[in-house]
Ligand binder design. Sequence first.
Ligand code: FES
Length: 123
Amino acid sequence: MINNKQFSIFICKLGVLKKKKYIIKFFDELKDEIICFLDKEENIKVFSSICPHFGGEIFYDQKKDLLRCKWHNWKFCNKTGKCLSYPLKLGLNPYEFEVKPDKLKEYNINLENDKIFLIYERE
Ligand code: FES
């Protein structure tokens, strides 16, 4: 439930989400673009759709039931947003490096009368 520090934003109707594979929307309030999708168990999930690698657009791969980036095809867990593409297995000259792919930001949702609302707190 929503407390007095939280706000909700309408994302879309559930029926619309069921027809489409996923919905991507930018919200000024969040300064973020989100992806909303139904996973194979029909759970509604909402994550940031901006890839932590270089900002590519994330989409939902329904066949594989995971999130993928359109730019360099990194994969992310549809349940946690955790990057699944590491560790890299490269055959190039080794340099010391560190990779810390952040997981995708996850949002809470509220379903009311077939309408999906994203729940957030102002910073
Ligand atoms: S920008 Fe997403 S994998 Fe590179």
